[in-house]
Design a protein around this ligand. Structure first.
Ligand SMILES: [Zn+2]
Length: 1140
């Protein structure tokens, strides 16, 4: 039976080849016959399509051949090759992504943070900063054999925006710090300093002359100045998406390589409010071997201090090898300032912050001031400090001690440098003169510390423990959990992702354009009229705006109002600038006759179909005037998958036709009302939605024309409003207002995959059923949280809800509920006073039809100390476990613990969360970062917006009251599970399903619609189809990012960074019908085949930040040999490529 089917497939493949060959022949003849124009390009497009099909067919043949060859050892490693979706029903474990997940579900070695959380009582004895710790004792002879080696690491924490804007901090503080650094480090070669934020460093570099730059290089070369982490900013690790986390790291590392020729080796993250293993993964991938973290829950710090596990190898939860291990040092105490870094007693340590000497501006709050070190007091002072060092040292396994020396914006004035360095040098000299104290102390960089640490550990044969997990949710004291910032300023958290998607789309299209141009010209040069250099500068500026916003006071929503405006303006301008690059790249790619290309900045040939008018405004669709002449719509699909998408534009006619410009094929379309008010349809504007078939990374052209009266499918509407039948104005649409029993029946919508039922009173979802499965409860609710009446209240950082918990949302007036039904989509919209909530089903074949789209438009500006949440209440028996993502990179198990206060059970959600039991999984995929919790079994809730009138005493000095009309977007996915999970609610490592990955990809990378002038002025366009077929559905094209020319600054080089992320996926769900995509069972992937017909003229694997010294030389290869590259599940791989 199986053989028969295989033979049949081979036969089909053969017929295919013949068909394509003959079409080529026809094409050749036509080329000779000089018949350019539509027919020619229609034919060419058909051939492109056939080529894609042929390529898929080839893969099938390869699969079949391989499966025959490997029939015997089929279960061995790397046996079967491309597995088509048809075999999705094989037992879990047979596929590579699954195999990995299965392995990891066994026993995880080392410390698992989830277990630590189960173990700890979280009883907070005695409160207070280090009182949460314990008494540290020592005998005094511990260091007789091996002296204590102290490295004092001077640092200055410079926030790129917080209380002041980036620019103002730079002018007032940062540039003075760096100027003095040059002078003061040069004065004495024993002095050292570390610096983290490349955004500031590069700005300062632009301000200094060549002589000073040489001094900087000398200091770096001599090891006196170390650039740590080397990111553009010290990034937030909760709300940031891994695309942006990596991008800001690339931007920083590329800058460092270009200007200083070095690479960072140690990470320094002392202020982000909790820490993510995704960051550890990226640092390791970028070539760093060590890192420091600081803001960790005080109870975890105490536990780790007791266990001497403050230094550990941080391993990815999903990694069964030590490949991802990075040495991590966790600071033991409350803060990174001097009082909390020399030892456990802040009252003593503060006396060794010589910036607080009497007469200077800063004081010690513990009433004991520092004294200048003199011959008279040096002994007493040195012994006092040594006691702190010795106590702190007892918390670690080696006799090397890291002691940071610094604080926020320290070392501004020259006198501060002198005070710190000269007083400490006296203490160090005293230690040197007294060998009986068994201590050696010196200034050091972070790498000095880690070198000494590894030397000592190796000599002693000591290994560090392995740790898996993450450090959310952070608490610094009492029940002050920092879960508020997971949602604070949600408008900008969403704008961040809009810029991110725009940047990625523009990067890819720009890189492809340059490659096409070089191929077109044939001499490796670009088209002269194309402003490649200006566009590259726009891209660079866009990268840097996104990078700056990843700062831990930016995307977190924890900056002062004017600073938020500054960030928002940067994001907004970057989006506008990137759109220019996108538009003119698309213009050139689409032109049939490239000689017609002309760049005019003031009059772009095509424009995006929406307008963003200000940094705090939501995009608005532009109105397209239609007539008998076709208007060209150009759609860019920024994903690497063939997709069916619904494209939405606003037109001035209730009758319109859409055709595929290349084939003339009419597209399924629907006309809906544009609602000026919830019950009042516009008479001038109409929403036109049509189904577009978009090949991977393609630009496709559609024509829209005004159609004859009544020819378009119009949506039909039903309105519901309890006790108050609404007056509806809509002259172009059929409207019903059900009354009597009909008005009480549940509202129901369905497509071929899903049926839903909603409340006729509120319109909110109640039940859900997959195609043929049982009816499941999934109820949507809205609720309010307030804050405490007395004591500390919620603010930008902290979530401190009132004891009553969440209260159901209720409004004095019943909501207006509007149901729309049409051939392209159907939806239910509930209009409440504070929000408009829409649940939509698309009538689409592909994966877009398998989930429910949920969108909210929230406005809580009228409220006082309130937070609005959307809660899903399902019948999933997940116990106390659920999963939320970390930075969109991986899923992390969460356990809701009763011993913790409510606010501690909230976690960051960057892009996904799910609940599961043995039979099903409910996933919520999101297009923005928010706080998420599952407070009771079956429940999942996200915080939509928060309005808080007061400061929460973490330095910001204001509440959060700059709320805006804020949009949020999700897809809700119900999946059957087979094979089930052994543990209640799931194993410690779980992944999204392939369907969820595809849904999330589509949600985060929407098609981009551009409009060209009406057709009489339009030159002939042809679609741009760079890839013959979709990438395997577990391989994500994270970016194709043009690198800067090494000779000519601010100009694009011929090289690009190709970043591929191979996703791990869950295999216990098997969607019916199967997904229309393939994946490979091997880690080895042929990149030439994957990206065919694109060619890579050169291809070198590199570190994640594309540093040249990370490049692995190209393996010697035969010209015809496949371009193999290893893509491991869960891993991001970086290649330096020249696309040809
Ligand atoms: Zn900071």
């Amino acid at each position: 039976m199986k053989m028969k089917r295989n033979l049949f497939r081979l036969l089909v493949g053969g017929v295919f080849c013949v068909l394509v060959m003959s079409l080529y022949h026809v094409l050749e003849m036509m080329q000779g016959a000089e018949t350019p124009g539509q027919d020619f390009y229609r034919l060419q497009q058909q051939i492109d399509k056939l080529e894609r099909l042929l390529s898929d067919n080839n893969r099938l043949v390869v699969t079949l051949r391989d499966s025959l060859l490997h029939r015997q050892p089929a279960r061995g490693a790397g046996a079967a090759v491309n597995v088509s979706a048809g075999s999705a029903h094989r037992p879990a474990g047979a596929l590579p992504g699954c195999r990995l997940a299965q392995e990891m579900k066994g026993g995880a070695d080392g410390v698992q943070l989830l277990d630590v959380y189960d173990l700890l009582p979280f009883n907070n004895p005695d409160g207070g900063a280090w009182k949460q710790g314990f008494q540290i004792s020592y005998r005094g002879n511990e260091w007789d054999e091996q002296p204590l080696e102290v490295l004092l690491v001077p640092h200055s924490h410079n926030d790129p925006g917080w209380l002041k804007t980036f620019e103002n901090y730079y002018q007032d503080q940062t540039k003075h710090i760096l100027n003095n650094m040059l002078i003061k480090l040069t004065e004495d070669s024993r002095r050292k300093m570390i610096w983290a934020e490349i955004s500031y460093f590069s700005k300062w570099w632009n301000d200094i002359d060549e002589q000073k730059r040489e001094m900087v290089k000398r200091l770096v070369g001599a090891g006196q100045l170390e650039l740590v982490t080397g990111g553009w900013v010290m990034a937030d690790e909760a709300n940031s998406h891994y695309f942006a986390l990596l991008d800001q790291l690339i931007e920083g590392h590329q800058w460092i390589q270009r200007h200083l020729g070095v690479r960072p080796s140690s990470g320094w993250a002392v202020d982000p409010f909790g820490h993510s293993p995704s960051m550890a993964y990226l640092l390791k991938g970028a070539g760093l071997n060590n890192m420091v973290i600081q803001r960790v829950h005080y109870a975890v710090k105490k536990q780790f201090a007791q266990q001497k596990t403050l230094e550990f190898l941080w391993r990815q939860s999903w990694d069964s090898s030590p490949r991802s291990d990075i040495t991590c040092h966790m600071m033991p105490f409350y803060s990174y300032d001097v009082p909390h870094t020399c030892g456990p007693n802040p009252a003593v340590c503060c006396q060794f912050d010589f910036h607080r000497l009497p007469g200077r501006r800063t004081m010690c709050p513990w009433k004991k001031s520092p004294q200048p070190i003199t011959e008279q007091n040096v002994q007493e002072r040195a012994l006092l400090l040594l006691d702190q060092y010795r106590q702190k040292s007892r918390l670690f396994r080696s006799h090397v001690l890291l002691v940071p020396l610094g604080d926020d914006f320290r070392f501004v004035e020259a006198s501060e440098w002198d005070a710190q360095f000269s007083n400490y040098q006296k203490l160090f000299d005293y230690f040197d003169q007294h060998p009986e104290l068994h201590v050696k102390a010196r200034f050091g960089t972070l790498s000095d510390y880690f070198e000494a640490l590894h030397r000592r550990l190796n000599a002693a044969g000591t290994t560090l423990p392995t740790l898996r997990g993450d450090f959310f949710t952070y608490a610094d004291r009492d029940d002050h959990y920092w879960s508020g910032y997971f949602t604070s300023r949600p408008f900008y958290k969403r704008l961040d992702r809009t810029l991110e998607a725009t940047l990625r789309a523009t990067e890819i299209l720009f890189s492809l354009t340059l490659a096409e141009m070089r191929r077109f010209r044939g001499d490796g040069r670009l088209v002269s009229d194309f402003p490649a250099r200006e566009h590259f500068q726009r891209l660079t500026a866009g990268r840097r705006s996104l990078a700056l916003f990843q700062h831990h006071d930016a995307v977190t929503g924890t900056a002062r109002d004017p600073v938020v405006v500054d960030y928002g303006t940067r994001l907004f301008h970057s989006i506008l600038n990137l759109r220019q690059v996108l538009q003119s790249s698309a213009h050139w790619l689409l032109l049939l006759d490239k000689s017609q290309y002309h760049h005019d900045q003031s009059k772009p040939f095509m424009q995006l179909d929406d307008v963003i008018s200000a940094h705090d405004a939501l995009p608005r669709k532009t109105l397209l005037a239609l007539n008998d002449e076709p208007r060209s719509l150009i759609i860019f699909n920024p994903t690497e998958q063939l997709r069916s998408s619904v494209i939405s534009v606003v037109v001035d006619s209730p009758d319109a036709d859409v055709i595929d410009a290349a084939t003339g094929r009419p597209m399924a379309a629907q006309i809906s009302a544009v609602w000026a008010e919830p019950n009042q349809a516009s008479t001038e504007q109409f929403q036109l939605d049509f189904v577009a078939e978009l090949p991977p990374l393609s630009l496709v052209v559609y024509h829209v024309t005004k159609a004859s009266f009544g020819s378009a499918h119009r949506a039909r509407y039903s309105f519901y409003c309890r006790g108050n039948p609404p007056v509806v104005q809509s002259e172009h649409f059929q409207v019903s207002r059900p009354e009597g029993p009909e008005a009480d029946a549940p509202l129901s919508l369905s497509n071929q995959h899903i049926r839903i039922w909603s409340s006729p009173e509120t319109g909110l979802l109640q039940k859900l059923r997959l195609q043929s499965g049982p009816v499941r409860d999934v109820r949507v609710q809205f609720l309010w949280y307030g804050t405490r009446r007395n004591q500390d209240k919620s603010g930008a950082y902290l979530f401190l809800p009132g004891e009553e918990g969440a209260q159901p949302y209720s409004s004095s007036e019943p909501p207006l509920v509007r149901v729309s039904r049409g051939p392209v989509f159907s939806d239910i919209t509930s209009c409440f006073r504070h929000f408009t909530h829409t649940v939509r089903l698309y009538h689409l074949d592909g994966h877009a039809g398998r989930s429910l789209e949920i969108s909210n438009m929230v406005d809580i500006r009228s409220e006082f100390n309130r937070e609005l949440v959307m809660r899903l209440v399902s019948d999933v028996a997940n116990g106390n476990r659920f999963y939320s993502d970390l930075n969109g990179f991986q899923m992390q198990q969460r356990r809701t613990l009763q011993k913790l206060p409510l606010q501690a059970n909230f976690y960051p959600m960057t892009s996904a969360a799910f609940l599961q039991d043995a039979a099903s999984r409910v996933s919520l995929l999101s297009a923005q970062s928010q706080a998420v919790a599952s407070l009771r079994p079956g429940e999942l809730e996200v915080v939509l917006d928060r309005r808080l009138q007061q400061d929460d005493n973490r330095g910001l000095g204001q509440g959060v009251t700059d709320n805006k009309l804020t949009a949020s977007l999700y897809h809700l996915l119900l999946e059957d599970r087979r094979g089930g999970a052994e543990d209640v609610g799931g194993a410690s490592v779980e992944h999204l399903s392939l369907l969820a990955h595809l849904t999330s990809l589509s949600l985060n990378h929407l098609p981009i619609t551009m409009v060209a002038p009406s057709n009489s002025q339009t030159p002939a366009l042809r679609p741009f189809l760079p890839l013959r077929s979709s990438l395997p559905c577990d391989v994500h094209l994270l970016n194709l990012r043009t690198l800067e020319d090494s000779q000519e600054a601010d100009s694009p080089s011929q090289e690009a960074a190709l970043l591929l992320h191979r996703k791990g996926f869950d295999c216990s769900s098997a969607p019916q019908p199967p997904l229309a995509c393939t994946w490979s069972a091997q880690e080895e992937v042929d990149l030439d085949l994957l990206f065919s017909p694109l060619r890579f003229r050169s291809l070198r694997r590199s570190g994640l930040t594309l540093l040249r010294e990370d490049d692995q030389p190209e393996s010697a290869r035969q010209p015809a040999a496949p371009r193999g590259a290893r893509l491991r599940p869960m891993e991001v791989s970086a290649f330096r490529v020249e696309v040809a």
